[in-house]
Design a protein around this ligand. Structure first.
Ligand code: F3S
Length: 278
């Protein structure tokens, strides 16, 4: 069996930055908590837990110490609440996510109704929409939802950094007809665009694709959907232990791709395990 790894693997800039900030903080004394999982990868979150860094769902669970804001960002009012509580706040929000928050806020201040293309329950989208304090905000995820929007005179469109580029393109086509003025900011992260491109190229060359990453990772899920849409048999696993050997027995060429919160080493271990099936 030939197993092909993608040209780009491992953590993106934002995840590396968040992990470095937390590692530096861990050298100091005091308790460290992350508000929600720092990144969407259960193995990495487990490693952090072993180092004493716990993930909490709510600020009320933290009495003292440092609270870390994850790479996806949070509702800005929660940050203020943490400061008022006397906690040290370590903001690991990715600068690309901060840019989306800033554009959304500016557009609302300039009287645009804001359309966020993304997943309504995703932490990044929650943080972006919570930071808009003027005018209407809509979150949509599909061309069907775009068609259902009312006519909006001044429309400002932004997109979740991890959204699928093809889906965004299709949605924008419909939005243009729904407004008199439509300002579109393609805020999909460059790393995400590259991963999607790599996934597409690889999926066209192999008999099966294995997408590796946390099941709660939005960008990994997008890679999974993208490979499936190409028509190749696609598996979504978190780690090498999830491989079901019999499914790969008769395959000659398999491709692997990982999300931006999947460690490079996990992909290498998946490859090693696949080769041992051969
Ligand atoms: Fe930031 Fe892009 Fe990663 S938005 S967290 S560098 S996927």
């Amino acid at each position: 069996m030939q197993v092909i790894l993608p040209p780009r693997m491992g953590f993106c800039f934002g995840v590396k930055r968040a992990l470095k900030l937390i590692a530096d903080e861990a050298k100091k004394v005091g308790e460290i908590y992350t508000l929600g999982d720092l990144i969407h990868n259960p193995q990495v979150v487990e490693e952090l837990k072993k180092e004493g860094i716990k993930s909490v769902a709510d600020l009320s669970q933290v009495k003292k110490g440092t609270i870390v804001i994850r790479a996806h960002g949070i509702d800005p009012s929660l940050k203020e609440k943490a400061v008022k509580k006397g906690l040290k706040v370590l903001d690991a929000t990715c600068p690309y996510v901060l840019r989306v928050q800033k554009i959304a806020k500016l557009m609302s201040q300039e009287s645009y109704e804001v359309i966020v293309v993304g997943v309504v329950s995703h932490p990044e989208v929650i943080g972006v929409t919570a930071g808009i304090n003027k005018g209407k905000v809509y979150v949509i995820g599909s061309p069907e939802e775009a068609k259902k929007l009312p006519f909006i005179k001044k429309m400002g469109v932004i997109v979740q950094t991890t959204e699928n580029l093809d889906n965004f393109r299709n949605i924008v086509k419909d939005l243009v007809e729904k407004s008199e003025e439509c300002r579109v900011f393609n805020t999909i992260c460059e790393v995400i665009k590259q991963r999607q491109k790599d996934a597409k190229n690889l999926a066209k060359k192999v008999e099966a694709m294995i997408v590796v990453g946390g099941h709660n990772s939005s960008n990994t899920y997008q890679l999974f959907k993208l490979c499936q849409n190409i028509g190749v048999k696609t598996y979504f696993i978190e780690k090498e232990g999830n491989l079901v050997e019999k499914e790969y027995k008769n395959l000659n060429k398999v491709g692997i791709i990982g999300g931006t919160s999947t460690p490079k080493e996990t992909l290498e271990r998946v490859k090693k395990k696949l080769l041992s099936i051969d």
